[in-house]
Design a protein around this ligand. Structure first.
Ligand SMILES: [Zn+2]
Length: 241
């Protein structure tokens, strides 16, 4: 039994707040909470690719014993975010161009049909949540960090609204990898305030809100193709991570 069983809220109720923040879930065990904190540090690029650390380092940082840290690191190793270095500790995994392509290709397979399902399952709460996420992403004066979080939550909220919990959990993990990419490449984040991005999210919102599954699927497909192209351009301009 792994911790992934309870990290995703069931998509039946309102999805207010950040659907991707699992660090405050009271039902989580201590190793799961520590895993969430380390994971967050990796995704926010506070722990950088190639950085080496040990169990005692993290136990000190979080003020806990080594045992829950070890369990947390085992989960993150399985998840592919850290590698074990025998007799040295752990290393944060690098993020290659190939990794980014894999993630975006998978999102392209998953998210369009999930957006269609979200449109079929649309509720008043979903419309409210998606509307406020679109507003958060494009509100004048919002930081790029706020925009990034709102963009991620928009996609994750659509996926969760499909009511396919397994697919939504996979998509949440993929979206986190994309967030890691954007934290590692700050110049790429301008994309989140662009007119192209706003038009795409507004159009997807309209399709889901009006229960138009076919349009939601096609718009999400086209949007991910555009995002994919933007990420590839950024990668080639910035060089390897
Ligand atoms: Zn998007």
């Amino acid at each position: 039994m792994t911790s992934t069983d309870n990290v995703l809220p069931l998509p039946t109720g309102p999805t207010r707040g950040s659907p991707t923040d699992t660090t405050k879930d009271a039902t989580q065990s201590q190793p799961e909470r520590i895993r969430g904190m380390i994971r967050r540090q990796i995704i926010r690029a506070e722990l950088r690719p190639g950085q080496i650390f040990t169990e005692p380092d993290l136990a000190r940082e979080y003020g806990v014993s080594k045992t829950p840290v070890r369990e947390a690191l085992q989960m993150l190793t399985v998840e592919g975010l850290v590698n074990v270095l025998p007799r040295k500790g752990y290393m944060v995994r690098s993020l290659s161009f190939h990794d980014v392509r894999e993630v975006m290709d998978l999102r392209l397979i998953l998210e369009p049909p999930l957006a269609a399902a979200a449109a079929r399952n649309v509720t008043a709460d979903l419309v409210t949540d998606l509307r406020s996420l679109v507003e958060d992403q494009f509100r004048d004066g919002n930081t790029l960090e706020d925009r990034l979080a709102a963009a991620r939550d928009f996609h994750v909220t659509c996926s969760q609204a499909s009511r396919n919990t397994r697919a939504a959990a996979v998509d949440r993990s993929l979206t986190d990898e994309v967030m890691r990419f954007y934290h590692l490449m700050p110049t790429a984040r301008d994309h989140f305030a662009s007119a192209e991005e706003q038009d795409a999210h507004e159009a997807i919102f309209d399709a889901v809100a009006t229960g138009n599954a076919e349009a939601a699927q096609e718009l999400m497909h086209n949007h991910l193709l555009e995002s994919n192209a933007a990420m590839i351009r950024t990668f080639y301009n910035a060089g390897p991570l």
